[in-house]
Ligand binder design. Structure first.
Ligand code: FES
Length: 141
């Protein structure tokens, strides 16, 4: 069996939603201290829905594929769906990742969570501090 699924290769070679969203109202950036990879997610939230989303990832192929798939999974969806997107869901949608690459999908979950938190803060909306505890501040592993 190939190390990477066809979906991983497809999203790595043809990533969806790459770039900067100039009118984003929520931005989240995370990094993995061990591999040094960085992922940035831009959200445009309108009426509680992820109207648009883009990403910039300086990282490995799995991180790029995970970002691409994650943006596809939350685009056009309620913000609550974006917030509950797990790295397992991203991995499953990619038809799996090798065990030593699972952490790459975790970056996508965390970057989105941080972007949603940024949106709540910018909009002055109340949020559950406990829920965001792991992404608030400079968490980097
Ligand atoms: Fe670090 Fe993939 S090796 S995100």
């Amino acid at each position: 069996m190939a190390l990477y699924s066809e979906k991983v290769m497809d999203h790595f070679l043809h990533p969806r939603n790459v770039g900067v969203l100039e009118d984003a109202n929520g931005v989240g950036e995370v990094g993995n201290a061990k591999c040094g990879d960085i992922m940035k997610i831009y959200l445009k939230v309108e009426d509680g829905v992820v109207a648009d989303v883009k990403f910039e990832t300086f990282g490995c192929g799995s991180a790029i594929a995970s970002s691409s798939m994650a943006t596809e999974l939350i685009k056009g969806k309620p913000l609550s769906d974006a917030l509950t997107l797990t790295n397992q869901a991203v991995t499953e949608a990619l038809d799996g990742l090798p065990a030593h690459k699972i952490h790459c999908s975790v970056l996508a979950e965390e970057a989105i969570k941080r972007a949603v938190l940024d949106y709540y803060k910018r909009a002055g909306l109340p949020y559950d501090k406990e829920f965001f505890r792991d992404v608030e501040g400079g968490h980097e592993d």
